[in-house]
Design a protein around this ligand. Structure first.
Ligand code: GLY
Length: 393
């Protein structure tokens, strides 16, 4: 069998709170160990031969590193972490003030785990200022025609009139901005985008499209396509995981009961396409026996989504979904988390950023490596198991 059966899945052990605490202690120690190198600089999006190199505040990923710092700060209370988090908030404020590399929808990925988190935890006013400016920048990408936030590229570019499933995680920045300012324009745009996204990216069998195009003239839905998945009709593992976490977040912010059914559907599809150790291959088309790389980040993202949604469920379902998260996370911690600190300066091995195939349109990099979001969501999921966590999202 390529994929695990539900009976086998049910028999897998769950991570205990004690184990999660031990894993979080080790992850926090790793953050502290590499902090001197990554305070004035950020790690690049993905490791190379297990090692992250330093880079400036560029790309969509540096906020995950600052988020790791805040999670480690929550766990340890070590003031060196707070000092580094504050330095990085300054960097994010400068980035948005200078509008450097912010022509993207990924502003939530950048500013929620860094600036919103820092503001929530320490009251740093620069975190609030930077995140509100990022929310203002994000809503400039909303198209009335089609009712969605454009993912990539210039807003007038003919080939870029599309959303991508990942954007569901950018929306909490907008809900937060409405809550902070009392101005509902951010929330209204987030709501419209969630509705459009969930109406189009989820296929009848609950697998998901990575990206979805709209007609620029009429705003009508046009067609789905993959970028980072194996092929158009397959389910990119991380896209499916963004769908699990995204429907959970959508449910929290909108209270829309139908989103819970979508969550159950996309979760079932994910579970039905897991290999025996519960850590998916980079595309859910692949399973045990296929010579393909894993994407361990998808496992951690899905675990966070399961734990998030379980907070809003009745006791039976709550225990079921939280238990699934514990099973997945135990495998990530036991089999994928970094143990040999001299060989790696990240947290979780065997993740895949962008794997080129004959049928997709992405570049090839960060295959079978650590990446910043894989490390961050691993720590977030552990934190969720260890405590009653107040989400950064
Ligand atoms: N949001 C980009 C990715 O998941 O690779």
């Amino acid at each position: 069998m390529k994929w695990i059966s539900r009976e086998e899945l049910a028999s897998k052990p769950e991570m205990t709170q004690e184990e999660a605490g031990e894993a979080l202690k080790a992850a926090s120690a790793q953050v502290l160990r590499v902090l001197p190198r990554f305070t004035d600089h950020f790690p690049k999006a993905y490791s190379e031969d297990g090692m992250y190199r330093p880079t400036d505040n560029v790309d969509w990923t540096p906020g995950f590193w600052t988020g790791e710092i805040w999670l480690a700060y929550e766990y340890t209370g070590d003031e060196r972490l707070k000092a580094a988090g504050d330095i990085q908030i300054d960097s994010f404020l400068e980035r948005i003030n200078k509008k450097q590399d912010v022509e993207t929808h990924d502003l939530g990925f950048m500013y929620s785990p860094s600036c919103v988190a820092g503001y929530k935890l320490t009251g740093n006013p620069k975190g609030r200022e930077a995140a509100l400016k990022a929310a203002d920048q994000l809503i400039t990408r909303f198209h009335e025609k089609g009712q969605f936030i454009q993912a990539w590229g210039p807003l007038n570019s003919p080939g870029d009139y599309r959303l991508i499933i990942d954007c569901l995680l950018n929306l909490p920045l907008l809900y937060w901005a409405s809550g902070e300012t009392g101005d509902r324009k951010y929330k209204d745009i987030a709501q419209a985008h969630i509705h459009t996204a969930l109406a189009n990216v989820i296929r009848p069998d609950f697998s998901t499209w990575h990206t979805f195009f709209f007609n620029r003239e009429t705003g009508e839905p046009d067609h789905g396509a993959t970028c980072q998945g194996y092929r158009d009709g397959s389910a990119w593992a991380r896209g499916q995981a963004w769908g699990i976490y995204g429907t959970a977040i959508g449910c929290r912010y909108t209270g829309e009961a139908s989103y819970m059914d979508l969550f159950r559907g996309v979760t079932d599809y994910f579970l039905d396409h897991l290999p025996a150790d519960l850590v998916p291959f980079w595309d859910l088309e692949f399973g045990d026996g296929d010579a393909q790389p894993r994407d361990s980040s998808s496992a951690s993202i899905a675990a966070c989504g399961l734990l998030e949604m379980s907070r809003f469920m009745e006791p039976g379902e709550k225990a079921y979904y939280a238990g699934l998260a514990g099973k997945i996370l135990k495998s990530v911690a036991d089999n994928y988390a970094v143990k040999d600190l001299s060989a790696c300066n990240g947290q979780v091995l065997h993740s895949t950023y962008s794997n080129h195939s004959p049928y997709n349109t992405c570049n090839h990099y960060g295959v079978d490596e650590c990446n910043l979001w894989g490390d961050y969501f691993y720590m977030e999921a552990l934190t969720r198991i260890c405590s009653d966590w107040n989400p950064y999202w």
